[in-house]
Write a protein that binds this ligand. Structure first.
Ligand SMILES: *Cc1c(COP(=O)(O)O)cnc(C)c1O
Length: 436
C-alpha cells in the first residue's frame, strides 16, 4: 500500500496520544471528540506534558539558563508562564511579544530582545522593563541587528536610559537547507551583520569602543525548520572562529531545529542537536557560555488542530475536495511555504487512510488549502472530525481574521483535564476595534 495511506504515524502526534477502545483519539487523557463538543471547532489542542518534556529535554541538553524559548512560535500567557516555569529564558522580537511575556509575569531579566527593526519605543521598553523590581533594569540582553539600531542605542544612552547588555547578531554566510522565506544565515539576508564583508567586525568594534552598551556576546540564527545538523555544526564553526577574535563570555547559536510534519520526514531530537552543537563548540575550543533559541522544536508537535468537515465535493476524474470549518486563517503555512501536513479522522485515528482528497478551508480563495494531497480514512463524511497534527508552531500565532473568521480557541490538556488558555473570538470581537 502507498505509505501515505497507512494510519497516521503516532510519532507525529503529541506524546500523550492514545486510542480509546472505540478508536477515538485521546490527548492528555481527554477524548478529542469531547473537547470538540465542549470547546467548538476549529480547535488547537496542546498536550501540556509534551510542552514541558521538550523544555526539559532542551535544558538537559544545553544546561539551565542556556535555553531561550523563541516565543514567536507560540505565545500566549499560559505558554509564557510554562516556558518560564521550566527554566527557559524567552526571546521576544517586538514590543507586543515583550508586553505579553511581562504581563504573564516573566521577569524582564529572563527576556531577550530580538528584531531586525526595533523602534526607539521598543528599545526604550526593553531597556527599562522591570526597572521597578530587579536590581538591574531591562531585559537580559538585546540582540543588536543593524548600525541604525546601534545609533538608536547610543542616543538612548545619551538621554539617560540604562546601559544594555548586548549580543551582536552575525550573518555567518551559511545557507541552511530550508524554505527560502525562513533561511536567514546566508549573505543575502535582512538579518544581522554580514560576516564576510566585515560589517560584523565593524559592529562589534564600534560597540566595544563606545561605552553606551556592554557587549557580552555574539549571536547567529541560520534559519528555521532545518533538518541537517551539519548546517548547525558549520555555523557553530564559523561563529567560533569569529568569536575567538573578541573573547566574549556568551555565544548564541540560534534556534531552527526542524520537526517532522509528515510520514516521510524524520527530524533530529533536541538532545542530538545539543550534542552536535556542543561538540562543534568543544572542537573549536569555545570557552563562552553557549545559548540556543529553539521555538518550533519545543511546541510544534505538542498540538493538533481539530476541524469539522462541512462539505465533501467529488469532481469525477479530477479530485475530491473536503472542506473544513477553518483554513488559511488558522494555518497559513501551506499557503506561505507550501508546507505539508497529514490528516486523520478523530474517530478512527489508527485506521488506514485509503481515500485521497484535498483538504481546503472556507475562505474565498482557491489557494485556501490545508493539505494538497491528503489521505483520509474510508468514508469520512460531513459532520466528522478531522485533525492535522504538528500545528503547535507558527499556527495560532499566524492566525488572522480573514473573511471575518473569529480565531479559534486554544486548550491545554493534561491528566484528564482541559483548560482554555486562549478563548475563541466572538463576532463582537470582530468589531472591537472599529470606530463607528
Ligand atoms: C525564529 C527564530 C528562532 C526560532 O526558530 P525555530 O525554527 O522556531 O526554532 C530563534 N532565533 C531567532 C533569532 C529567530 O528569529
Amino acid at each position: 500500500m502507498n505509505a501515505a495511506a497507512l494510519p497516521v504515524p503516532m510519532r507525529l502526534l503529541p506524546d500523550s496520544a492514545a486510542v480509546a477502545s472505540d478508536g477515538t483519539l485521546e490527548l492528555g487523557g481527554c477524548r478529542v471528540d469531547d473537547l470538540a463538543a465542549r470547546h467548538g471547532t476549529p480547535l488547537f489542542v496542546y498536550d501540556e506534558e509534551h510542552l514541558r518534556s521538550r523544555c526539559r529535554e532542551a535544558v538537559a541538553a544545553f544546561g539551565a539558563d542556556r535555553v531561550i524559548y523563541a516565543s514567536k512560535a507560540f505565545l500566549c500567557t499560559a505558554m509564557a508562564r510554562l516556558a518560564h516555569d521550566e527554566g527557559l529564558l524567552l526571546d521576544v522580537a517586538t514590543g507586543g511579544e515583550l508586553f505579553v511575556a511581562r504581563k504573564a509575569g516573566v521577569p524582564a531579566e529572563r527576556l531577550v530582545m530580538h528584531g531586525n527593526n526595533k523602534s526607539l519605543d521598543e528599545l526604550k521598553m526593553a531597556l527599562t522593563s522591570g526597572a521597578d523590581t530587579q536590581a538591574r533594569p531591562g531585559v537580559r540582553h538585546v540582540v543588536v541587528d543593524s548600525f541604525d539600531e546601534i545609533d538608536r542605542l547610543e542616543l538612548l544612552r545619551r538621554r539617560g536610559f540604562p546601559r544594555p547588555r548586548i549580543q551582536v547578531r552575525v550573518t555567518p554566510g551559511v545557507h541552511a537547507h530550508t524554505h527560502d522565506y525562513i533561511a536567514t544565515g546566508q549573505d543575502d539576508s535582512k538579518f544581522g551583520f554580514n560576516l564576510a564583508n566585515g560589517d560584523a567586525a565593524r559592529a562589534v568594534e564600534r560597540l566595544l569602543v563606545g561605552d553606551f552598551a556592554e557587549v557580552v556576546g555574539l549571536h547567529c540564527h541560520i534559519g528555521s525548520n532545518v533538518f541537517a545538523v551539519d548546517s548547525f555544526a558549520k555555523a557553530a564553526d564559523v561563529m567560533a572562529r569569529f568569536a575567538s577574535r573578541f573573547d566574549l563570555p556568551e555565544l548564541t547559536l540560534g534556534g531552527g531545529l526542524g520537526v517532522a510534519y509528515t510520514h516521510d520526514e524524520e527530524a533530529p531530537t533536541i538532545g542530538s542537536w545539543g550534542s552536535v552543537l556542543l561538540d562543534a563548540c568543544r572542537a573549536m575550543n569555545v570557552k563562552a557560555n553557549v545559548f540556543v533559541e529553539p521555538g518550533r522544536a519545543i511546541v510544534a508537535s505538542a498540538a493538533i488542530t481539530v476541524y469539522r468537515v462541512g462539505t465533501v465535493k467529488d469532481i469525477p476524474g479530477v479530485r475530491r475536495y473536503v472542506s473544513v470549518d477553518g483554513g488559511m486563517s488558522d494555518n497559513p503555512r501551506p499557503v506561505l511555504y507550501g508546507s505539508g501536513y497529514e490528516a486523520f479522522g478523530v474517530a478512527s485515528v489508527a485506521a488506514e487512510r485509503p481515500d485521497a482528497a484535498r483538504i481546503v478551508g472556507k475562505h474565498c480563495e482557491s489557494g485556501d488549502v490545508l493539505i494538497f494531497e491528503a489521505q483520509l480514512p474510508k468514508g469520512l463524511k460531513v459532520g466528522d472530525l478531522v485533525a492535522t497534527p504538528v500545528t503547535g508552531a507558527y499556527g495560532y500565532v499566524m492566525a488572522s481574521n480573514y473573511n471575518k473568521m473569529p480565531r479559534p480557541a486554544v486548550v491545554f490538556v493534561s491528566k484528564g483535564e482541559s483548560r482554555v488558555v486562549v478563548r475563541r473570538e466572538t463576532y463582537d470581537d470582530l468589531v472591537r476595534l472599529d470606530v463607528d
